[in-house]
Design a protein around this ligand. Structure first.
Ligand SMILES: [Zn+2]
Length: 198
């Protein structure tokens, strides 16, 4: 893949509190979906991230943590992300995913969305040239990861579909819960899988 090299987070983090209490059922679902992504081979180099909406902000996977071995401590709560100052306010012990701005903006724009799954789906990327033919929404420009520009491209594309392929980067799907978003992501993955090599 000719994607951009990972250089770290492109926003600032302010930690409000180190302690984060997690609801048991939310935690369980978070870990279930993380492991499902790992077992489907979509967790290359620990890239990709998932989040759920909270009454105040969102819970999101920490940056660079393994989906396969995700633990309670690897989930943080982002209570605010300010575009102007490019700053995230966080409860938890570790830095949130580098793609926090994209997740945040999706929840701001789509009140019906409660969960976001993002994976660097190598199989789909390899065959991204087939997106048009398969009726899959794909972003137009190649954008740099973790930026507001990427977030805006994805939000625009999500107006058309619950699944979006970010050109040269990966897949994003949204749903009313994590299970639904994961199912959508896998459904598209299988469609590409059924297509021959290109
Ligand atoms: Zn990504």
């Amino acid at each position: 893949m000719d994607g951009e090299e990972y250089v770290g987070r492109k926003f600032r983090t302010v930690f409000l509190e180190r302690d984060l209490r997690l609801d048991e059922s939310t935690l369980k679902e978070f870990l279930r979906v993380s492991r499902a992504l790992a077992s489907e081979d979509m967790a290359e180099a620990n890239a990709g991230n998932i989040s759920v909406r909270e009454s105040e902000g969102m819970l999101i996977k920490a940056g660079g943590r393994s989906f396969k071995e995700l633990m309670r401590e690897d989930i943080v709560k982002v209570v605010d992300y300010d575009e102007k100052t490019n700053t995230a306010k966080v409860c938890g012990r570790v830095e949130p995913s580098s793609e926090t701005p994209m997740h945040w903006m999706i929840y701001q724009e789509f009140p019906e969305v409660n969960a976001v799954v993002h994976a660097h789906d190598q199989l789909v990327l390899k065959k991204q040239g087939l997106a048009g033919e398969l009726g899959i929404t794909i972003t137009k420009k190649k954008v740099s990861y973790g930026t507001l520009e990427q977030a805006r491209e994805v939000v625009e594309a999500l107006r058309k579909s619950d699944y979006v392929l970010i050109r040269d980067h990966g897949s994003v799907s949204v749903g009313r819960n994590l299970g639904e978003a994961l199912d959508e992501l896998m459904k598209v993955h299988r469609r590409f899988e059924d297509e021959g090599e290109v």
